[in-house]
Design a protein around this ligand. Structure first.
Ligand code: PRX
Length: 609
């Protein structure tokens, strides 16, 4: 069943065939679940759409039919989705996986440049996007961004053959005859009850790819498997959320990230759950939008990020108290460590002291939660800020840098000692990077020992509880979004004024971390507020608004080792006001003073929040 012969390229359920549609949709169609609501969707302006499992099933079938007949998509092809939180996103994902087409969903907040990188790497044949969508009362015209990305990809030799455009905002869009096609026209070609048999796929085929940031500039396409991902997600969903027939589940994430893939699309549908899906900003038009939705739809199970909780808590309890939240019976968090005081607020104020908090530690690469409470099996006593224990089958440990086990209470590095079904299959078109990134830190291939390295700090306390303490590599966690510091540095270096750049994740009271950039200018350029804005704009256009640095500080020197490596550890210590530690490898001590001076003002701003 598990093939270990080519470790660390483990292969799960070898010899089996399936299609995830069978478990997410087809299994329900002749049961009572067919009439159940799959999605209560709500747009930011307040418009709504309700889709039953039966309606979802037929829409997916019709779209799959149209994809197959009219776009020529075949099993093993790739399609990129650049869509906001509208029902057509899960519908498209399911229609593609029904045909055995690999989807690559790109978060709608990424820039055309970032989208182009992902289209080129995946060699996408089809792009699915939208005319526009609502965010804070404004229409974001996504089709225009998508067009820019298509041109950039074409310049790099990858030609998208069809662009499918969902009409959401009803705005005028630039149109390219022969290339662009409206989603409603495409699906309109399909017979009303077009049925497409789910294409049988090998358990070891790729189900989807999802790009995530790492320690080098280029985002990596994490590949998930047909059989392993499906099996793991099904089980973990059950363990995390203890699904019951009357539940209304709401995972307030974006499908552009793994949390949405697993906990808005595949996991809940495989359990026949009724869900809430919301298009817009969580605090629009007022800070109680989330709580109003919980009340309106009688949400029983609510899953979100510590960043969102910190934001909503800051607005004040009066926004919570306006709403009846008594339907809630389970609460979850994901994406970052949760501060114990925020945990307690969530528990008391939102859950009324009766809903356990399921703090789930996991990653894009792990497919679903790995370390978390499991009310669906048996609930252990909770400790605010701890994700408790590894889930069944997950062999987690905390090691020192030398590979020896850390003692109870000692901060070390989290590792996973055994493969698990939801694990990534590899990195799209880059097998070496897969081995290097995840399996080279502690493995001993000569002894046949392979250890997965997630690059997270952790402590295990005397009771064996795991406390996750943030990234141990050059990756930031900004508002629960994963961003590579080097990705930002590369973006800054594309600007002609920048000679050197260093980016660190500075602590932030709401977002957890924010990117802080330090740059050395080239000869002939002078620091100015205008230049700082220009550099921020460069990051916005290369990556997207989520990556824009809180500040770009100008320095004459960066702390570097004698071999020329930027010592981000020193910059971070100065930003956090900690002792800088060992300076013996530093090339020029004057650089420390320089950075100290530059970050002083930033630190006082951060203290004020
Ligand atoms: O540092 C850990 C943090 O988020 C990273 C994974 O980011 P990403 O692949 O974008 O997936 C986020 C959603 C699964 C991890 O390496 N992280 C995730 N969950 C937690 C967490 N840190 C602390 N506690 C968590 N519950």
């Amino acid at each position: 069943m598990l093939d270990r012969s080519n470790a660390p390229f483990y292969r799960w359920f070898v010899g089996a065939e399936t299609n995830i549609n069978i478990n997410a949709l087809d299994r329900w169609i002749n049961t009572d679940v067919a009439n159940k609501v799959a999605y209560y969707w709500e747009g930011e302006p307040g418009d709504t759409r309700t889709l039953s499992y039966r309606e979802l099933y037929w829409e997916v079938n019709r779209l799959a039919w149209a994809f197959r007949e009219l776009t020529g998509l075949k099993p093993g092809d790739t399609a990129t989705l650049y869509l906001p939180m509208i029902p057509e996103l899960p519908i498209s994902m399911l229609a593609l996986t029904r045909l055995g087409v690999i989807h690559s969903v790109v978060f709608s907040g990424f820039s055309p440049q970032a989208l182009a990188d992902r289209i080129v790497d995946a060699k996408a044949k089809v792009l699915i996007t939208v005319d526009g969508f609502y965010r804070r009362g404004r229409v974001i015209r996504l089709k225009e961004e998508a067009d820019k990305a298509i041109r950039l990809a074409r310049d790099r030799g990858v030609t998208v053959e069809k662009v499918i455009v969902v009409r959401r905002a009803g705005v005028d869009v630039p149109w390219h005859e022969g290339l662009d096609v409206w989603y409603h026209d495409l699906i309109g070609e399909a017979p009303v009850k077009a049925y497409v048999r789910p294409v049988p796929r090998k358990a070891t085929d790729v189900l989807f790819i999802l790009y995530t940031s790492g320690t080098t500039g280029k985002p990596k396409g994490v590949m998930h498997s047909v059989g392993g991902y499906m099996t793991y997600v099904y089980n973990v969903f059950k363990w995390n959320w203890d699904p019951r027939p009357g539940d209304v589940f709401w995972c307030a994430a974006d499908i552009g990230w793994i949390t949405g893939h697993t906990y808005i699309v595949y996991g809940p549908l495989m359990h026949g759950m009724t869900q809430v899906m919301y298009e817009g900003a969580p605090d629009y038009p007022k800070p109680d939008r989330i709580w109003a939705l919980v009340e309106k739809y009688d949400v029983t199970t609510f899953y979100t990020s510590p960043t969102l909780l910190r934001l909503l808590r800051k607005y004040g309890d009066e926004w919570v108290e306006k709403h009846d939240l008594s339907s809630l019976r389970l609460l979850g968090t994901v994406g970052e460590p949760i501060n114990p005081e925020v945990w307690k607020w969530y528990y008391k104020k939102i859950g009324g002291g009766k809903a356990p908090i399921v703090d789930t530690w996991w990653q894009t690469e792990t497919g679903a939660a790995m370390i978390s409470p499991a009310p669906g099996i048996s609930l252990v006593p909770l400790k605010p800020g701890s994700a408790t224990y590894p889930l069944p089958g997950i062999v987690a440990d905390v090691l020192r840098y030398d590979g020896s086990p850390a003692s109870p209470g000692e901060k070390g590095l989290l590792v996973i000692r055994e493969p698990w079904p939801g694990m990534l299959m590899g990195i799209w078109r880059d097998p070496d990077r897969y081995v290097k990134t995840y399996w080279s830190m502690f493995s001993r291939p000569d002894k046949g020992v392979w250890i997965y390295y997630p690059a997270d700090f952790a402590v295990r306390d005397a009771d064996g509880y795991f406390w996750l303490l943030g990234r141990a590599d050059e990756v930031m966690n900004v508002a629960g979004h994963r961003l590579g510091t080097i990705e930002l540095e590369d973006a800054l270096l594309t600007h002609p004024a920048v000679s050197e750049a260093a980016v660190v994740g500075a602590p932030h009271p709401v977002k957890g971390q924010v990117p802080l950039a330090l740059v050395v200018l080239r000869e002939g350029y002078e620091p100015s507020p205008e230049l700082e804005e220009e550099l921020k704009e460069t990051v916005r256009s290369m990556i997207g608004p989520i990556a824009v640095p809180a500040r770009v500080l100008f320095v004459r020197k960066l702390p570097k080792t004698r071999s020329g490596k930027i010592m981000r550890r020193i910059i971070l210590a100065l930003v956090e006001g900690r002792p800088v530690g060992d300076l013996s490898t530093l090339e020029d001590p004057a650089a420390v003073e320089e950075v100290k001076r530059a970050v002083e003002e930033f630190r006082s701003l951060m203290r004020e929040g």
